[in-house]
Write a protein that binds this ligand. Structure first.
Ligand SMILES: [Mn+2]
Length: 266
């Protein structure tokens, strides 16, 4: 039972492509997101192939790219992600990106023409610059918002600069993840920074922030959002394994498998 690894479909037959991006070149607080994708893939060995909620065995629809190293510079890493996602989308498949730090979302969304980016994140990531970098985990949604419209949900930590900027630009930022249930009939790209969850469920993130959503609530929101919109691609980022703490990787693997089930059942 290793739904993302052993039973994967050949690339030509797959509908979903798991694209591991082990990149953490700009992370500042808890480094280690580069090890995230491999831990999630390994933890998927604990999943049942049959997904009871959506009544399906989706492993036959999944192809997983190998976990290769990415360039250290954020510009280069973002470019590599864009290239990979363009290939997947060009072949008519849905990319499911496993991070790696949030910065990689910029590369993924650049591969799409016309999408609304729905980002679940405890942080705004809307700084114009951070530590001298224009492209990094703390500025990523600002850069994304220069390419596509964005909605942020689950946000509970921000700087004064970010707050003023989103108000000036009229960007929708919701502390409660349920507010995205109003979005209907759109082509969307979903980005899930795992720190949107309460850290009691997933402590293994780059910048943990207490007070987030629990498992049932997030699933309810994601199920509805996927049902009401057309998901063109998604990422699950910022998974930063903690030593001796193995449950969160399984939680994330299960989240990814459920999301594929929701997309398939739409
Ligand atoms: Mn975050």
């Amino acid at each position: 039972m290793r739904p993302f690894l052993d039973h994967q479909a050949p690339y030509d037959e797959a509908r979903y492509v798991i694209f591991p991006v082990p990149y953490d070149g700009t992370q500042t607080f808890r480094k280690g997101a580069a090890r995230g994708p491999c831990f999630i893939l390994e933890a998927s060995s604990g999943l049942e192939e049959y997904e009871p909620e959506t009544h399906g065995e989706f492993h036959r629809l999944i192809h997983t790219f190998p976990c290769v190293e990415f360039p250290l510079s954020p510009e280069d890493a973002v470019f590599e992600v864009e290239k990979g996602v363009r290939r997947i989308v060009g072949d008519g498949k849905i990319p499911v990106i496993l991070g790696g730090e949030h910065t990689i979302t910029l590369g993924a969304v650049k591969a799409f023409e016309d999408v609304l980016v729905v980002s679940f994140d405890a942080h705004m990531d809307m700084r114009d610059e951070y530590g001298g970098l224009k492209i990094c985990h703390a500025t990523v949604m600002r850069r994304v918002s220069e390419v596509h419209p964005v909605v942020l949900a689950g946000v509970r930590s921000w700087s004064r600069e970010e707050k003023e900027w989103i108000e000036q630009k009229g960007i929708k930022v919701y502390p409660d993840v349920e507010r995205v249930l109003d979005i209907k009939g759109k082509s969307i790209y979903i980005s899930i920074d795992l720190d949107v969850f309460d850290p009691s469920l997933i402590p293994s993130v780059g910048n943990p922030e207490p007070g987030g959503a629990g498992w049932e609530k997030m699933l309810r929101v994601l199920r509805e959002v996927v049902k009401k919109n057309k998901v063109c691609g998604l990422d699950v980022v910022e998974f930063t394994p903690c030593p001796g703490c193995e449950v969160p990787a399984y939680v994330v693997a299960k989240l990814v498998y459920k999301l594929i089930g929701y997309m398939e059942r739409r």
